[in-house]
Design a protein around this ligand. Structure first.
Ligand SMILES: [Zn+2]
Length: 567
């Protein structure tokens, strides 16, 4: 009242409101974004031209005319110049900030278009280059090789890596993150020999003739070697973090969900946030907190703890591996088996009973749970565990997740609907491994049904889509493009019947992804009361030729009404 009357008096004595400081104009928006094509992603996907924002939140959405009337003396005006304003992209599953390690701490061993490696010789040369700057006591690390894209069509072995060095330990991770190769020096440090038994949930691959380890380590066997790798230095950590931030915000990401953060990872994020270095919002799934996850090991914090900038998300678990690594757990054999066993179906990370026991415990403690499941046999076990947990301790709207859900069958989608389970699909698989799935891993029929988005929509199942960075590069528009086109590397359409519309795909990187993370009231659409987290695009993904969606330029990324990236 007092302030209003002062405004009134000033007006009477002839001051123009244009000279009023902000505290005397308390109701005016801080910012008006106008003259744009605003795709709100609200329930009706309504269009608008302008948005008014105050204190980091949206206070009005409408036409240029309506919104411009709200302008106060201190309001900043942003002319969108007819460009596209969308809610900021919501990355539902990736591994921020570890993508920043690629090309810094770890040699980039990806094949085109992500990296330069075409043959095992290329890989050896790249590692040798790194070896020149590696000192005694240090390791040579690499990441991202994909045997299906190497000319030799096989995994590198410790013999190959010994051509780089037999003195320095070498450890390189497969693009899927579910396999790795160690050289003889690294195997020696880990004490792995002919006689070492497989750990539970993993395989030390051995030569069928000699019985010697080949250097290839699957799933939990990777840990036998990786636990000996020295920690990165603080400078390396910070450099990788900064690189990852740029990778994400330059692609329009305003929220990222880390699909499994260590306790140290979270401590680092909090430190960087305090230093003002974390411009995007991050939700961390708890995982790896001392190996076996139990509610006690999360210190009693449950899903939702934290702030809207840095939050604890679901508990992350894994129940199988990667299909292109032959470690995805299937109900029917692989199309072309990896060895002599025609019935090879991959394997689970633990028994159904062990999985269910943990899930029941975490569910009872109030967590949202997210379990990695690529193969349909893994998904069977995960659904069994979720069903058992709900029968024992019914909880409405738990929104338990299945990560990747790559080979989910239609009967499993029916169960997801019934149980209120929500998948997060690793949809860019159709581009990166669609050809290999059709020809080698799954065969044409099953490959056509990978990432069954259309069937999910038909059943009213809400889902998100993701890129699992650093498995594939961060780019939500690439995920949207894959969901809409399902085009493979060779240009074939993998499973045309499962293509969805651009609007449906955009929901899976905005409103539905926010819903999946219990944030539908604060993020994911441009509606009154939600955060002013936006991305501004050069062209409209709803009207552009669908094959060009991935080429649309991100012009600006905005969090809390603040520009965090500008092209
Ligand atoms: Zn992942």
């Amino acid at each position: 009242m007092f302030i209003l009357s002062i405004v009134f008096m000033l007006a009477l004595v002839g001051f123009s409101s244009g000279t009023l400081p902000k505290h005397l104009d308390p109701l005016a928006p801080d910012t008006i974004y106008f003259n744009g094509k605003v795709i709100t992603m609200d329930e009706d996907a309504a269009n608008a031209e302008a948005v008014a924002v105050k204190d980091g939140k949206i206070i009005a959405v409408g036409s240029n005319n309506e919104i411009s009337k709200l302008k106060g003396s201190s309001t900043k005006i942003v002319d969108l110049e007819n460009k596209i304003l969308l809610p900021g992209f919501y990355d539902a599953h990736s591994h921020f900030p570890s993508s920043g390690m690629d090309g810094t701490v770890q040699v980039n061993l990806n094949s085109p278009p992500v990296g330069p490696i075409k043959t095992i010789d290329d890989l050896i040369i790249a590692l040798k280059d790194r070896g020149m700057e590696t000192h005694e006591g240090e390791w040579i690390l690499g990441r991202g090789y994909d045997q299906t894209l190497l000319a030799e069509k096989r995994h590198p072995t410790s013999d190959d890596l010994d051509k780089v060095s037999t003195e320095l330990p070498i450890y390189i991770a497969h693009t899927s993150g579910h396999l790795a190769v160690a050289n003889s020096a690294a195997l020696k440090i880990a004490g792995i020999t002919k006689g070492t038994p497989n750990p539970s949930g993993g395989v030390i691959v051995k030569d069928p003739k000699t019985g010697e380890p080949t250097g290839v380590l699957e799933e939990s066997a990777m840990g036998l070697v990786s636990k000996h790798i020295p920690n990165v230095t603080e400078e390396e950590n910070l450099a990788a973090f900064k690189k990852a931030v740029q990778d994400y915000i330059s692609k329009g990401v305003t929220t990222s969900i880390i699909a499994g953060a260590s306790k140290q990872g979270l401590v680092d994020l909090q430190k960087y946030q305090k230093q003002g270095l974390l411009p995007l919002r991050v939700t961390a799934m708890g995982s790896g907190w001392g190996g076996v996850i139990s509610p006690g090991e999360l210190g009693g914090f449950v899903t939702g703890f934290g702030s809207d900038m840095l939050k604890l998300g679901p508990v992350k678990m894994s129940h199988d591996g990667s299909i292109q690594g032959y470690t995805g757990y299937l109900s029917q054999p692989y199309h072309v088996p990896p060895g002599d066993d025609p019935n090879y179906r991959g394997y689970p990370a633990q028994s159904r009973e062990e999985l269910t026991k943990r899930v029941v415990e975490l569910h009872k403690a109030g967590y949202q749970i997210a379990i990695h499941g690529n193969g349909d046999a893994a998904i069977d076990d995960i659904l069994y565990a979720y069903r058992t947990a709900q029968e024992k301790y019914p909880r409405k709207d738990a929104r338990h997740r299945i990560e990747h859900s790559q080979m989910a069958r239609l009967d499993q989608l029916d169960q997801m609907k019934e149980l209120g389970v929500t998948p997060s699909y690793f949809v860019s698989h159709t581009f990166f491994w669609g050809d290999q799935h059709r020809d080698t891993f799954m065969g044409p029929e099953r490959a056509a049904m990978m990432s069954p988005l259309k069937s999910s929509i038909e059943r009213g199942i809400k889902f998100s889509i993701h890129l699992d960075t650093h498995i594939t590069p961060m780019d939500p528009l690439q995920a949207v493009w894959s969901a809409v086109n399902r085009i493979s590397r060779s240009g074939q359409v993998i499973g045309p019947d499962q293509r969805i519309t651009p609007l449906q795909a955009l929901r899976a990187v905005t409103s539905d992804a926010a819903w999946q993370n219990f944030e539908e009231n604060i993020k994911g659409s441009i509606e009154i009361g939600k955060y002013a987290d936006f991305v501004i695009l050069q062209e409209n993904p709803l009207t552009i030729d669908p094959v060009k969606i991935k080429d649309i330029k991100v012009l600006k990324t905005i969090v809390n009404d603040k520009v965090i990236y500008e092209n």
